[in-house]
Design a protein around this ligand. Structure first.
Ligand SMILES: *Cc1c(COP(=O)(O)O)cnc(C)c1O
Length: 470
């Protein structure tokens, strides 16, 4: 493809994407295809001869689009939001265009330095502790996902607990880690992959708001120590996946310091809200954390994938992950004046992901981002009020932010039937969880282009469908 052809086809694809957003509400939000339908529509072998872009775009419309669930629809209320925005899409396009492999500073200095600067901006925008800034002892790095950040941090914590010996010699201590029964499954995955063993992960019970109970944590730690275990890691959640519960961040940090444990804060979904000062009380005590992660690819209008990971002492990360084969030796690295981000995470190669964040932050500005977050929280609070006022429905946990957990005052089966009927209609999409053994419906409000009318219409549809089903 020549630059001239790229110019022509590229403009058509930008038009295609813009049309998609203009028409997005016409699609059924939840894809209605059956398993195997998409793969069955694609040829079994690759084409021998190259095809035209027109042929590909035609198949995109006819064969691929039916298998898309429209996460960017303002009628998408399922799971958590994974919102994007035009500035983010354009920033990512530039990154694809440059095709830079930014594994070390020397392979493209801008890829490293823009990332360092943008994550320092974010730390300031969110009132993060000074130690998370690159100008201090720590710094930020973009990872693909919060799951990878969790694994990275469990490995770094393991190395700290073994004086950086287990990388070399394997584990010779009975390390134990602590999370709550509501903590995201990626922590359990990290514990398994890092060789700690699931049997050495303690799931601490939660209180009536689904936040970790520190009295039980302290008891468990004492018991483990008495049995010869070495506590090494505690994770606090700011916004659990089921119900956006928030753990007692400061208390957990104090326990971690006292027990010599690595303290990680997982704020994957809710973290973006810290742009607004009025929500920062949720992370009071963050200065006690050794690491912190949140996903701009959830609520910050930045397309997947983009996780922001901050560390208070970057030396611990670098000592854990640094590898220097001969073919990557270079003057800049040896001078010690630059960051080589391959030493800050698991993989070697890395995309220029900071560009899309840089585009997003510059496009919206801090005030623009604050405006949208506040609006999402307001809409969720409105929805909660409507549920409170209805006779047939009830709110299950007081919504702290943009997720409302509610249910019809009927059986679990009725709630599931209500949800499935609505989702199969294609008009909106929402999902469920179980809290205290009971089915709970979740309305997650955080789509980039959501307006009040979408939330109102959703509530009307839910009420009407419930009436028709009873
Ligand atoms: C979504 C989420 C994760 C996992 O995020 P990925 O980036 O998909 O790995 C982890 N923790 C919490 C609290 C989450 O909401």
């Amino acid at each position: 493809m020549t630059p001239a052809q790229f110019r022509e086809e590229g403009k058509k694809i930008i038009d295609w994407i813009a049309d998609y957003y203009e028409d997005i509400e016409k699609y059924p939000v939840l894809s209605q295809v059956q398993p195997g339908e998409i793969i069955g529509s694609l040829p079994e072998s690759a084409p021998q001869k190259g095809e035209t872009m027109d042929a590909m775009m035609c198949d995109l419309d006819e064969k691929i689009m039916p298998g898309i669930t429209h996460w960017q629809s303002p009628n998408f209320f399922a799971y958590f939001n994974a919102n994007t925005s035009f500035p983010s899409i354009l920033g990512d396009l530039v990154s694809s265009g440059l095709g830079v492999q930014g594994m070390i500073w020397a392979t493209s200095p801008a890829a490293t330095e823009v990332e360092t600067r943008v994550l320092d901006w974010l730390a300031e925008m969110m009132g993060m502790p000074e130690s998370f800034k690159s100008t201090s002892t720590g710094g930020g790095v973009i990872q693909d996902t919060a799951s990878t950040a969790a694994l990275t941090v469990v490995i770094a914590a393991r190395e700290r607990a073994t004086q950086f010996q287990s990388n070399e010699k394997g584990l010779d201590k009975k390390l134990v880690a602590y999370i709550s029964s509501q903590t995201h499954s990626s922590l359990e995955k990290g514990i398994k992959i890092a060789g700690i063993g699931k049997a050495n992960l303690r799931l601490i019970d939660v209180d009536e708001n689904f936040a970790l109970r520190t009295d039980l944590l302290e008891k468990q730690i004492q018991q483990d120590k008495a049995n010869g275990f070495v506590p090494f890691f505690i994770c606090g959640s700011v916004g659990t996946t089921s119900s956006t519960a928030i753990d007692p961040i400061r208390e957990l940090g104090e326990i971690a310091k006292q027990e010599n444990c690595w303290y990680h804060i997982d704020a994957a979904a809710l973290g973006t809200a810290m742009i607004c000062p009025e929500f920062r009380h949720f992370i009071d005590g963050a200065e006690l954390a050794d690491s912190y992660s949140f996903n701009p690819h959830k609520w910050m209008f930045t397309n997947f994938d983009c996780n922001v990971f901050w560390i208070a002492n970057r030396e611990e990360l670098i000592n854990t992950f640094s590898i220097l084969p001969e073919y990557l030796r270079n003057k800049a690295t040896e001078s010690g004046e630059v960051f080589d981000y391959r030493d800050w995470h698991i993989q070697l190669g890395r995309r220029f992901r900071a560009l899309k964040l840089w585009f997003v932050i510059r496009h919206y500005g801090v005030e623009g981002l604050q405006h949208h977050i506040r609006e999402h929280v307001r809409l969720a609070q409105d929805f909660k009020t409507w549920v409170d006022e209805s006779e047939d429905f009830e709110v299950v946990v007081k919504p702290l932010m943009n997720l409302v957990c509610f249910r019809h005052k009927a059986s679990d089966e009725s709630n599931m039937k209500l949800m499935n009927t609505i989702n199969n209609s294609g008009k909106m999409y929402f999902t469920h969880t179980k809290l205290k053994g009971q089915v709970v419906l979740r309305m997650n409000i955080g789509q980039t282009n959501i307006e009040e009318r979408h939330v109102k219409e959703a509530w009307e549809l839910i009420q009407e469908t419930a009436k028709n089903l009873s």
